[in-house]
Design a protein around this ligand. Structure first.
Ligand SMILES: Cc1ncc(COP(=O)(O)O)c(C=O)c1O
Length: 382
């Protein structure tokens, strides 16, 4: 399918081409100078003490849970309206994801009231997801965490660059996790980052990222070490130099591309607000955003499949964020459905549509999408 308006796109130019060629010329392909530079730049950008480049956002989440020593019998609170990786990572360490509902149709981030209700003596951590880049209520979440002695992991996969007072998304909780998957605000194909201000967690993440080894191939290459010990059961979650090189260039563009995303959302809102048959979440949202997604929620009487199909025929690519995790077969098989009373999540899961949003879009593209939406909506209401 040749789309006229794609959901996301890569904001790449000759800078990305040049830096990747440089890696090939350097003949060092993993965990070298590029990775070190990306980690340094990312830590400075976020204002955090430690940043570790990893092979994916999922790896980042897994490492964060291992670093906090979350294990079997522990419970971790997480929204169900997120990408499945958030909950899968909790299962990787043998802990139980306890699903929290979202606040409502105008705020798709987790509900702090539901969060508090679901705390038990087994709860060890809260995994916050900043949906679509919109910061969750970190002030209240941190207060709840402090009161109940819980760790806070931020799944900031959507929220690179969103500000919270003097901090930034990912740098607010105990550990922050990022994804640089191809559709993210900063894209390296596959890749991610784990950040923390706590030395103890940093030390563990550094070890676990590379098999629990006490020295790296790079150190040995540079003559800093001859051998190594293995002190933890770790993984190969290392980032390649090509991915890191792309990340260095992408990070330089992040502020301006997030601004562009914001201005495109403004055009969407100006043209869609008040349209019969849909509502727009996060309007007048009180916190910052990285503007990763532009979600709309269709009214109950609108047939989503027909709506999306019409847009597809107009060559407009759309998506759903997200089919709720607790409804997936694997989760239904392994967890009691009766434990999951998540009415707002289920409504949004059944009625949300994500519209195209990326920094290469033009005003005409957005106006075209809005016109098509207004054309189809009266035809797909029952
Ligand atoms: C909210 C969220 N968490 C985690 C991930 C996992 O990241 P990755 O695909 O880099 O493993 C994603 C990315 O798709 C995501 O959107």
């Amino acid at each position: 399918m040749k789309w006229k308006v794609t959901l996301s796109d890569l904001n790449f130019d000759q800078h990305e081409q040049k830096i990747v060629s440089q890696v090939i010329q350097n003949k060092w392909l993993t965990m070298g100078e590029m990775v070190k530079k990306l980690e340094r730049n990312f830590a400075n950008f976020l204002g955090v003490k430690h940043a570790f480049a990893v092979s994916s956002g999922t790896a980042a989440l897994h490492l964060s849970l291992r670093a906090l020593n979350i294990k079997t019998e522990d419970e971790v609170l997480v929204p169900s309206l997120t990408f499945v990786a958030s909950a899968n990572a909790i299962l990787y360490v043998g802990a139980k994801p306890v699903f929290v509902d979202i606040t409502g149709l105008s705020d798709l981030n987790l509900s702090c009231d539901d969060l508090e209700n679901k705390i038990t003596p087994k709860t060890k951590a809260i995994m916050v997801v900043h949906y679509g880049g919109y910061l969750a209520d970190m002030e209240r979440i941190k207060k709840i965490a402090k009161k109940h002695n819980l760790f806070v992991i931020e799944d900031a996969a959507h929220a690179i660059g969103a500000k919270f007072k003097l901090k930034m998304a990912g740098g607010i909780g105990d550990i922050g996790c990022f994804s640089f998957f191809s559709n993210k605000n900063m894209a390296t194909g596959e890749g991610g980052m784990v950040v923390t201000n706590r030395d103890k967690f940093a030390q563990k993440i550094r070890l676990l990222r590379s098999h629990g080894m006490t020295s790296m191939t790079w150190d040995r290459h540079k003559g800093h070490a001859y051998s190594y010990d293995v002190t933890e059961l770790g993984y190969n979650y290392r980032m390649t130099e090509m991915n890191a090189a792309l990340g260095i260039e992408q990070l330089k563009k992040l502020r301006s591309s997030n601004r562009k995303r914001k201005s495109l959302i403004k055009i969407y809102v100006e043209n869609l607000e008040g349209t019969k048959g849909l509502s727009i979440p996060f309007l007048n949202y009180p916190r910052d955003s990285a503007f990763h997604l532009f979600p709309i929620i269709l009214d109950q009487d609108v047939n989503r499949e027909k709506f999306m199909d019409f847009l597809k025929r107009a060559k407009i690519q759309t998506s759903i964020h997200y089919p709720p995790i607790h409804k997936f077969s694997y989760y239904r098989k392994n967890f009691k459905e009766s434990e999951n009373h998540l009415p707002s999540t289920e409504y949004v899961g059944g009625h949300e549509v994500t519209l195209p949003l990326h920094p290469l879009l033009k005003k005409e593209d957005i106006l075209f999408v809005c016109d098509k939406i207004k054309e189809i909506l009266p035809q797909v209401r029952s």
